[in-house]
Design a binder for this molecule. Sequence first.
Ligand code: FAD
Length: 282
Amino acid sequence: MDGTTSTPVIRPAKVPGEVPASRYTRQTITWIRRWNDHLFSFRITRDAGYRFKPGQFARLGLYRDDGPKGPRYIWRAYSIVSADYDEFLEFYSIVVPDGDFTTRLAQLREGDGILIEKMNYGFLTLDRFERGRDLWLLASGTGIAPFISILADLGAWEQYERLVLVHSVRKVEELAYRDTVESLRGHEVFGEHLAADPSKLVYVPIVTRERLDGALHARIPALLGSGALEAHAGIKLDHERSRVMICGNPEMVDDTRHRLQNAGYRVSRRGEPGHMAVENYW
Ligand code: FAD
C-alpha cells in the first residue's frame, strides 16, 4: 500500500447504458402528434448550442427500471425531422412491439424529460455529393424523417433543379408528413421556388398494401427496375445528373443501392463524394 489509498473506494455498480453526464443534456417533450397506434412524432426543447446538418441523426436516451432487465439507460438513433433553424427538435418514431426503447417512449407525455447526446451523427447530408441536378430522396416508413429536414433547407432548393421525395409505406394512414410536403407550396420561401417552377418538387407516395389514387403500389427496387418510378415522377434517373439518398428498412436500402450501383452510381465515402448516400435503420 502506498499510503494514499488506505480505505478502498467502493464505486456503485454502473447502470447498463450509463454514459458520462457530460455527454448528454436533459430536454423536455413539448409536443406530440399521433399518426396512428404505432407511429407518432414529438418535439423536444433544444439547447441553443445543439447544432446539426439537415439529414443527420441524434442519439436519444431514456431511463427504465422496470421488467426483468432492471435499471438501465437505453440509447437509440433518431433522425432529426425539424429544420436546423427551428428552436425545437422534432422526431418521428415507430412503436416496435416489445421494443425496449419505443414502448417506453410511447408512454411519455408533454412535460416529460428525455436525454439527448450532445454529438450528432450521420452522413445523409448534401455535402456528401458531387454536384448534381436532381436530388432523389427515397424513404420507407420512418425513413422519411431526415428528408423532411432536408426539404426545409434552402440549400437543397438552391443547389438542385428538382427535388423528388419518394415515400413507401404499407397503408395510406402511414403516409406521415404528406401534409407538410403539400404545404410547401404555400411556404413563403419555398412557395416562391414552386411558383416559378411547379415541378421543382415531386412527391411520390407509394402504398404497398392498399390502393390510393395518385400513388404507386410496389416496392421501390421493383419500381426502379420497371422504370415506373421515373415514369411517374416524369424525370429520368441518370448518375450524371441524379443524386440519391436512401433511408429506412435495410432490405429496401440494400436492394435499391445494389440496383443503382449496377447502373453506375457510387456510394459517397468519407472525403470521397459520390452519387448516393444510404442509411439503414436496423
Ligand atoms: P429495437 O430493439 O431497437 O428494434 C427491434 C426491431 O424493430 C428491429 O430489429 C427492427 O426489426 C424493428 N425496427 C426498429 N426500428 C424500426 C423502424 N424505425 N421502423 C420499423 N421497424 C423498426 N427509428 C425511428 O422510429 N425513427 C427514426 O427517425 C429513426 N432513425 C434512425 C437512425 C439511424 C441512423 C438508425 C441506425 C436507426 C434509426 N431508427 C429510427 C431506429 C431506432 O434507433 C430504434 O431501432 C427504434 O426506435 C426501435 O427501438 P426499440 O428499442 O423499441 O426496438
